[in-house]
Ligand binder design. Structure first.
Ligand SMILES: [Zn+2]
Ligand SMILES: [Zn+2]
Length: 117
């Protein structure tokens, strides 16, 4: 949101009076945009931290998937470890993109998304 506002400020609008009005609107909205972006960032971090600490998650069909269990196998190096299926492999550091439910559905790993960005 903040980036979008700054883009509006940077694009040419012809007459200086219009440009001044755009500047005033952007300056008025900027603190709110920064606040909203911060809130979104905080909410995302909090959600990810909660999921990483969770012992179970729900698959899209509503089944309970146990996250903290022995016997997770790394897709990259094949190392078998115990702990949360969302955490990185202790051997090679790879983060699994998802964990699978017994019904065949996948539950996306929030840590994977964080590592990619
Ligand atoms: Zn591994
Ligand atoms: Zn399921």
């Amino acid at each position: 949101m903040t980036r979008r506002l700054l883009f509006v400020l940077g694009s040419p609008h012809g007459r200086w009076s219009i440009q001044l009005m755009v500047l005033m609107v952007v300056v008025a909205l900027l603190p709110w945009a920064v606040l909203i972006d911060l809130a979104r960032w905080g909410w995302r971090r909090w959600r990810i931290a909660r999921l990483l600490g969770a012992e179970t998650v729900r698959c899209p069909r509503g089944h309970t998937v146990v996250l903290v269990a022995p016997g997770w196998q790394c897709h990259t190096c094949g190392f078998v470890y115990s702990g949360s299926g969302f955490h990185s492999c202790p051997q090679c550091g790879t983060v699994a993109a998802y964990v699978s439910c017994a019904c065949g559905c996948s539950v996306p790993n929030p840590l994977f998304e964080l590592v990619q960005s």
